[in-house]
Design a protein around this ligand. Sequence first.
Ligand SMILES: *Cc1c(COP(=O)(O)O)cnc(C)c1O
Length: 347
Amino acid sequence: MVCLLKRYAEFFPLTPNTPLLSIGEGNTPLVELCNLGAKLEIELFAKFEGLNPTGSFKDRGMVLAVSKAVEEGSSGIICASTGNTSASAAAYAAKAGIKCHVILPSGKVAKGKLAQALIYDANVLALRGNFDVALEMVRKIADNLGLKIVNSVNPYRLWGQRSGAWEVCDEIGAPDWCVLPVGNAGNITAYWTGFFQYMKKGLIGSIPKMVGIQAQGAAPLVKGFPVPEPETIATAIRIGNPVNAKKALAAARNSNGMFLSVSDEEILNAQKELARKEGIFAEPASCATLAGLYKLKKEGKLPKNIRVVMVLTGNGLKDPQIVDRVTSSPREIEAKYDVLKEAILSC
Ligand SMILES: *Cc1c(COP(=O)(O)O)cnc(C)c1O
């Protein structure tokens, strides 16, 4: 498969000096979820972004942000992260041979994501403060130290992430609805912009209704004001003051869309449901999308027979500890034929 930057070269701000980095990002599967779709009485698809090289959609934006950083002569990049941005930044910095500094909220990053940043050999710093504080500090220090910031305030991040919307359209055209989990509100903005660009080019007829789902304890876009102490088990969207709030609100407004919030319990139930009915293991933040659809269905706000794409932003393997909360440990048995037989027959 030709790499993402080359495949969509006409839509990206590339120059002859842009290195076309790639570790195999994009081209993720659009999976039809027949079982859950039937239950919700809609035509439901999942864009499974957890199958990107570092396990989240962040790779789509990071590949362009790091390529441009190298083109501009940066010797290093820096980011604040709830986990996935750091994993992706560290991987692309490794590929490009530049230094990567990541600032994480101490104790609030899923195990798998931390492991990624460490194995890619980023300079990993655990800050005593939440993500919003970490990002504020990174924004202050980046320029002074000549480091390129690769959070979603970097315009190339969102530009690269538009490719998710393009891939959906290239495969099935524009869906009626596009549902995304919302943290810093960059991805929903990127998808809307991607759809808008395709519409202007005449490649699709209309823009899907953009539906953003937040966690109840971290729902500034639902409430209409920042949340000083955001809290949710879905650590990827544990953000109280989204930097792309204005753009995301405009995306929802311009597409006749909406924001809503779901509880941690609803998120965990949706995660189980997705795994058990469709065979897809996505991280909690991603499953907020399905939880949101269930909620809308219950409230009678989900039209029948519409075509819906939900963006499953990250891989479930990144956060194995969360599984302990929704499942029980395997039953240990003696290595005896009769014991095994009984255990199988009694299940
Ligand atoms: C980053 C991330 C989000 C939130 O995306 P924003 O662009 O910050 O709104 C959601 N889910 C996962 C898995 C993420 O890594």
